[in-house]
Design a protein around this ligand. Structure first.
Ligand code: NAP
Length: 337
């Protein structure tokens, strides 16, 4: 009976990562409440096709800026996975409206509803953006969960997305301390992998650009990469393990742009690939995912992520050339090069 299953809520359920989490939760026998901003939008149609969805998936129309819409979605749930945050692809003109408020106020709204409804555990999706933008971190020291992005540095660089993710995660952990709510956070780097949804999210656009090439110059910077299915596994692991606490980095792969292109070319020589790659100055220290691995997290190899991504893009026709419409890097990513 559906009513006897453990019940959890996933905010932003139609997004790239959340869709894989919903799929995993249904497969593991959870009843899932997924929030979407528009249940009738065809971009959320894939959720209804997931195995187990007709019986155990319930869609709720909710905006994280409106507590009243969140309450019915969280009601009756033992756990909440908060993933809804805008990942703006274009230049951010109104930082508060476009990203800071939905990220920071939105997270606090979700947590307040969770406190009121006595949710047992909340897993909040943060990002490497909340970890790595820290110019004062020693170059020879591996970045672990004690490393936070420097909010003043983010402001100076007008890196509003990193600022939003950093403030949202800090506020979430502080809210948890002050209100006795069980909150853990996950900080993934660039997430690649097959798409379940019909739209294309920002991080997938980066890999598609690397494969297709286009007018935007890339630097030979280091990319930290994780598979979307391993992120879903990590979120569920954090939820199910009683001992999980605080923040977790999940950053298993590190590769520079040219090595990423070479790796892809060996598997799929038929594509053009980005060829305007210029040298980069700083590689920066790597990140450690040891805390998450100690909980039992076992991510797959980068090669599997890349080949499954390419096959998914091919199936969706995303690697075909569109005459007069060159492939571009999302502004968000151009700003990080
Ligand atoms: N992909 C990555 O490389 C990566 C890496 C680290 C962390 N993350 C984090 O992972 C989460 C999911 O990202 P994603 O890559 O899966 O991106 P995505 O596909 O763009 O998903 C973002 C989701 O947030 C929802 N959303 C945005 N503003 C909202 C609001 N005001 N109220 C309710 N929902 C709202 C969107 O709903 P609509 O469809 O209605 O717009 C969408 O479902 C985000 O928190 C992101 O910061 C992503």
């Amino acid at each position: 009976m559906a009513s006897q299953l453990p019940r959890v809520c996933v905010t932003g359920g139609g997004g790239f990562i959340a869709s894989w989490l919903v799929k995993l939760l249904l497969a593991r026998g959870y009843a899932v409440h997924a929030t979407v901003r528009d249940p009738c939008d065809p971009k959320n149609a894939h959720l209804k096709q997931l195995d187990g969805a007709p019986e155990n998936l319930h869609l709720f129309k909710a905006d994280v800026l409106d507590c009243e819409t969140l309450t019915p979605a969280v009601q009756g749930c033992q756990g909440v996975f908060h993933l809804a945050t805008p990942v703006p692809e274009d230049k951010i003109l109104h930082p508060d409206l476009d990203v800071l408020d939905p990220a920071v106020k939105g997270t606090l709204n979700v947590l307040k509803v969770c406190s009121t409804l006595k949710v047992h555990k909340v897993v909040v999706m943060s990002s490497n953006a909340a970890v790595t933008s820290n110019p004062n971190w020693p170059q020879d020291r591996i970045k672990d969960e004690s490393c936070w992005s420097d909010t003043e540095f983010c402001k100076e660089k007008e890196d509003w997305y990193s600022l939003a993710k950093t403030l949202a995660e800090q506020e979430a952990l502080e809210y948890a301390r002050n209100n006795g709510l069980n909150v853990v956070t996950l900080c993934p780097p660039f997430v690649f992998g097959p798409l379940l949804q019909s739209s294309v999210n920002a991080s997938s656009k980066l890999l598609i650009y690397v494969i297709k090439g286009g007018p935007d110059v890339m630097t030979n910077r280091m990319w930290e990469i994780v598979d979307v299915r391993d992120v879903a596994d990590a979120l569920l692991l954090l939820y199910e393990k009683n001992q999980s606490s605080g923040r977790y980095i999940c950053s298993p792969n590190r590769v520079c742009t040219r090595d990423l292109v070479d790796l892809l070319k060996k598997m799929y020589p038929e594509y053009d690939y980005v060829n305007n790659v210029v040298d980069a100055d700083h590689a920066g220290p790597p990140l450690s995912s040891q805390k998450l691995r100690d909980l039992g997290w076992e991510p797959r190899k980068l090669e599997s992520t890349l080949s499954d991504s390419v096959q998914s893009y091919e199936k969706a026709g995303l690697l075909q050339d569109v005459p007069g419409n060159p492939c571009r890097l999302p502004f968000l990513i151009r700003a990080w090069l």
